[in-house]
Write a protein that binds this ligand. Structure first.
Ligand SMILES: Nc1nc2c(ncn2[C@@H]2O[C@H](COP(=O)(O)OP(=O)(O)OP(=O)(O)O)[C@@H](O)[C@H]2O)c(=O)[nH]1
Ligand SMILES: [Mg+2]
Length: 225
């Protein structure tokens, strides 16, 4: 009984992922055609995704046309915070699911005003594991890593650190209160992804925000990617 359940589960998972990949490829082709740069933000719950997004959007006002898709299991709390910036936002509630998938993005995009859009930010559900498995059709993944999580996260959750083009270290203002070694954290990131751009930021002091904005705009200017 246990054996037959196992042999049935693997093909189902493969089918789900391959169907997701097909939809993600459709999304990506459409984004490229429209010239929209799409960034998928991934981190543990509470690492600072929404706070960084709010500051990013406020800084990009009048310079880039942006929109946001917010992923959470429940509530519209994050979408409400984004809406205060004045940029268009759609909240996707995933219920029991621990990640966004390509079909959710396709549906959310159809409800957004995307004409003339430069950058679409996707805030994934707070989770370092499941979102790494699901391509959304984005141009790049960015993983956030707050200093309160410890230096070892890249080693323990290597898939998302390997797949991300940039790693944003957040809450750097808290360093004086912690036993956290940013150099060790960077060394661990490098072990998993030697090419990743590593940015040290704090939304409380705005340190590193300009580097993050410059990186985003440079990536956007390299479209199609
Ligand atoms: N000290 C400090 N706290 C921060 C910083 N950025 C965010 N926070 C705090 O971290 C908490 C969580 O921030 P959010 O931006 O909601 O985190 P999130 O990753 O969007 O959380 P989920 O969407 O629930 O996964 C809030 O209390 C923020 O004020 C920072 O740079 N420094
Ligand atoms: Mg959030």
């Amino acid at each position: 009984m246990g054996k037959s359940t196992k042999t049935q589960t693997i093909p189902v998972k493969t089918r789900i992922l391959s169907e997701n990949d097909r939809l993600a490829a459709e999304n990506r082709a459409w984004f490229v055609k429209q010239g929209i740069f799409v960034v998928n933000l991934i981190s543990s719950p509470g690492s600072g995704k929404t706070t960084l997004l709010v500051d990013t959007l406020n800084a990009l006002k009048g310079k880039q046309h942006c929109a946001v898709i917010e992923g959470d299991q429940q509530t519209s709390l994050d979408a409400n915070r984004i809406a205060e910036t004045g940029f268009p936002v759609r909240q996707v509630n995933t219920g029991r699911a621990c990640h966004l998938d390509a079909s959710m993005i396709k549906n959310a995009v159809s409800e957004l005003a995307v004409t003339g859009l430069d950058i679409l930010f996707i805030e994934n559900v707070g989770n370092l594991i499941c979102p790494a498995e699901f391509d959304l059709g984005e141009h790049c993944k960015v993983v956030l890593m707050s200093v309160t999580e410890g230096e070892d996260k890249p080693l323990k959750y290597p898939v998302i650190f390997h797949l991300s083009r940039a790693v944003v270290m957040t809450k750097m203002d808290l360093i004086p209160h912690l036993r956290y070694d940013p150099l060790l954290a960077e060394k661990n990131i490098r072990k998993i992804n030697p090419q990743a751009v590593i940015l040290r930021t704090s939304t409380y002091t705005s340190d590193g925000l300009q580097d993050w904005l410059d990186w985003l705009v440079t990536q956007k200017s390299h479209l199609p990617l």
